[in-house]
Design a protein around this ligand. Structure first.
Ligand code: GLN
Length: 275
């Protein structure tokens, strides 16, 4: 029987900084163990069924499929989330949105909305941090709402709820203290859509018109009708879109308009308050 080390050694993933780590993640999942188990017991033998699953998963990775889709899960904030091919894979950058939202309003009771929730990542992270908040997550895609709901149930978060809605279309008359969103914001012609993991992610979660701002424009124009007085709108956007997004917010009458830097030093989110 092959050993852990011999399988990892012959994994043969295309050369990349994450190749060894990717192979470790896949073998750990096939064995039902952690990556540190693999490092502790490199000489242990791998049963044929596990070796077979590892080979299948490696083949998918060689085609470029993201690890999160192969494993069906991804860590975000403090949570482990189920992911599927019809939702965006939650990114570490988006944790900035969660962190900022948590600083803006007190942890006492509030109604918070997450637009385009996908896996439910942002909504569930906020619900997990603030048990007094009621967090509503909406997505246009039914299967995404079902996935977010499965994540909610598995995490046992009673203070989040998910429904189908195309942005605000299904939320007539509803108002929130805070609205957050990581909408699609990549310009349709951006060459990075043809590269790496994003090739496997749904275009509908990534692309927003010629300048990438179509959905952001639509959210900013509709948000005032759904914010309570003094309520905040927080949007994630592209690394070079902060100025444009701030201008849209100001134009719409938002106050205290500002942006925050992500881990890479780019202005990644912008926010404003509506009175
Ligand atoms: N940050 C993502 C990327 O560049 C895009 C996410 C989005 O469009 N909301 O791959």
């Amino acid at each position: 029987m092959p050993t852990i080390e011999s399988l990892l050694h012959s994994a043969d993933l295309p050369d990349s900084p994450s190749a060894r780590l990717d192979a470790e993640w896949l073998l750990a999942a096939a064995l039902g163990k952690t990556a540190s188990y693999l490092r502790t017991w490199p000489e242990r033998e791998v049963p044929p069924a596990c070796a077979e699953r590892f080979a299948t998963d490696l083949a998918r990775r060689r085609q470029g499929e993201p690890i999160a889709y192969i494993l069906g899960r991804q860590g975000f904030w403090s949570l482990e989330l189920e992911v599927a091919a019809d939702t965006l894979i939650p990114r570490p950058d988006t944790e900035l949105l969660v962190e900022t939202a948590l600083q803006l309003i007190p942890a006492t009771s509030a109604r918070v909305l997450d637009l385009g929730t996908g896996t439910g990542a942002i909504a569930l992270a906020l619900a997990a941090e603030c048990s007094a908040w009621q967090v509503c997550g909406v997505d246009r895609i039914e299967s995404a709402v079902a996935l977010a709901e499965r994540n909610r149930v598995r995490l046992g978060l009673e203070n989040a709820a998910f429904t189908v809605s195309n942005w605000f279309a299904g939320l007539q008359g509803e108002r929130f203290q805070m609205i957050v969103s990581n909408p699609p914001y990549i310009p349709a012609s951006d060459p990075h859509l043809q590269k790496g993991d994003v090739r496997f992610e749904p275009q509908s979660a990534l692309v927003a018109g010629v300048d990438g701002l179509d959905d952001i424009r639509s959210i900013i124009s509709q948000a005032p009708a759904h914010l309570q007085a003094g309520g905040w709108l927080l949007l994630e956007h592209g690394y070079d879109q902060a100025e444009a997004v701030r201008a849209l917010l100001v134009c719409q009458g938002f106050e205290d308009v500002q942006s925050r830097l992500d881990l890479g030093g780019h202005e990644r989110i912008s926010l404003g308050r509506f009175s």
